[in-house]
Design a protein around this ligand. Structure first.
Ligand SMILES: [Zn+2]
Ligand SMILES: [Zn+2]
Ligand SMILES: [Zn+2]
Length: 176
């Protein structure tokens, strides 16, 4: 590939040359801009996309939004070697180091991946912020003891990851 050198201080000209060189870089592989545009459209039509990489948000499942992918409307959450059954990516907090949100849910509140991920931040003096103050998903109460709870599709709270996580107040946790 040829490298362009700017001979004058003409920034307009420089910009044109840089635009040209990206096309040339593709042409060096025998690809035209049209070829790649067609491929991109095809990929978009397949409905596969990844959430933004450097996104500080954490889903209610307790894992980074950036670890979620959506293919044909189906969510996949893969925080590490472990797979999480998360069915719907719902960001609830932002965290300083999303890579530390890797735990597995084994119950409500302190046993939930979201709380365990927050604990990793407490231990290292990192910050975590709620995007919106936590509110009960069922009754709307914004008391201080709303916790993440793994629930079945029918809404029963269980002790294992279901892919459905709700933020619930103590009253709604018992009444399901
Ligand atoms: Zn999730
Ligand atoms: Zn997850
Ligand atoms: Zn409630």
């Amino acid at each position: 590939m040829r490298l362009y050198k700017t001979t004058s201080g003409d920034t307009m000209k420089k910009k044109e040359e840089e635009t040209g060189s990206a096309e040339e870089a593709l042409a060096a592989m025998g690809l035209s801009v049209d070829d790649v545009t067609a491929a991109e459209e095809r990929l978009e039509a397949l409905g596969s996309r990844r959430y933004k990489e450097s996104d500080g948000r954490i889903c209610v499942c307790g894992h980074a939004v950036s670890r979620h992918t959506v293919t044909n409307g189906i969510v996949y959450c893969k925080p590490s070697r472990m797979e999480c059954p998360c069915k719907k990516c719902r960001p609830v907090i932002t965290a300083q180091d999303t890579r530390k949100f890797l735990r597995k849910t084994s119950g409500a509140g302190p046993f939930h991946a979201l709380a365990l991920g927050m604990l990793s931040h407490v231990k290292e003096g990192l910050w975590v912020k709620w995007i919106d103050p936590p509110k009960c998903d069922r009754c709307g109460a914004d008391t201080k003891d709303v916790v993440p709870v793994p629930v079945t599709q029918q809404g029963t709270s269980v002790q294992y990851p279901t892919g459905f996580d709700a933020l619930l107040c103590p009253k709604c946790r018992v009444e399901v």
